[in-house]
Design a protein around this ligand. Sequence first.
Ligand SMILES: Cc1cc2nc3c(=O)[nH]c(=O)nc-3n(C[C@H](O)[C@H](O)[C@H](O)COP(=O)(O)OP(=O)(O)OC[C@H]3O[C@@H](n4cnc5c(N)ncnc54)[C@H](O)[C@@H]3O)c2cc1C
Length: 374
Amino acid sequence: MRNDIHVLVIGGGIAGMAASIALRGTGIKVDLCERDPQWKVYGAGITITGPTLRAMGRLGILQDVLAEGYAADGIDICSAEGKHLFTVDTTNEALGGIPSAGGILRPVLHRIMQRRLQHLGVSPTLGVEVESLALEGEKSKVLFSNGTTVEYDLVVGADGIYSDTRTRLFPGTSSPRYAGQLCWRLMTARHPSIERRTFFLGGRAKVGLNPVSTDQMYMFYLEAQSTPVRRDEAGQHLVLHELMEGYSGVLAEVREALSSSSNIICRPLETVFVDDRWNRGNVVLIGDAAHATTPQLASGAGMGIEDGLVLAEEVFKAHDVPTALDAFMARRYGRCKLVVDSSLEISRLERERAAPEAQTAVVEKALVQLNREF
Ligand SMILES: Cc1cc2nc3c(=O)[nH]c(=O)nc-3n(C[C@H](O)[C@H](O)[C@H](O)COP(=O)(O)OP(=O)(O)OC[C@H]3O[C@@H](n4cnc5c(N)ncnc54)[C@H](O)[C@@H]3O)c2cc1C
């Protein structure tokens, strides 16, 4: 057990919680600071791939995720009219028998991870940010917004796509880039015909349905837009109703049920990839702070969880933090770049309305790589 190292994790999202759980699990002393005093997360669903479930298993949360979320192998590919075209096989021996796909509500996943943190004795400091961060030899001296100052052996910036830590480490570079699509998400009751992740391709946009529990599912609709327009929340259901015109089958039923009380979130898709080392000295970026992807491979959260696991493994193994961060970079850079690049490639094909087979071919190729051990 490494109880000689003191780590600060900045940000209590999926990546920051994963890193805190994994580091604490090896005996390392972890402080977690989260700027939101309520530690809230918005109520959308999230798709979990087999590799993400595998990583969740290593964090010790797989059974809870399977009990409180939903798992089913494969992706059903349908036409815009709802006709089943083919099923992408997501199973893979490398997953060691765990389900190869699933879904869960974000607040449910957050609660599961928070319980794990509590179990390990990590209690976050909420409503606090880093005011300044100074590299002093092998340590980083951190001044917090509550006036306290602490020296750390390692600082982990897990503060998301608009990361202040990234701006501090790499001033003037790596700002989020709009990816040409708006992502609409709707939470609704699970339709009995939707038993697994289901994509509807070949229509005006890519649309998907995914169960997140036995009685709930979420829909995503990727709207091509050259500029990142902000939608007025009050009228969102009317815009979505119009966008979904022409879809039949289960999507037509979902469309007809839209109302002003529908749970809809519309966000522009953005991406960041720090095309360099993700650390300066003993301060390292993980999760969306280093590599925020568009969601086509549903792997952004999974990459954040893997980052946390790999970081903990390497810190535990190495004699010093620089060696651990070299090993961390060697294991994470290529894998995360594959996710960001392939997702952008699929996004391009979606916007060009490429054939379903062309789109799923990129998904399948990337999944083969991601199924491999990380
Ligand atoms: C539309 C959309 C759909 C997606 N769908 C999927 C999907 O289906 N499957 C999947 O695997 N991934 C999906 N993703 C990606 C996934 O949501 C992200 O990769 C993941 O949530 C990133 O986690 P994170 O912890 O790195 O960042 P975040 O979730 O952004 O967490 C960052 C945390 O840091 C805190 N913070 C920020 N700044 C500071 C600061 N200065 N000090 C202290 N705390 C701070 C924030 O409050 C927040 O709690 C999707 C993304 C989008 C945009």
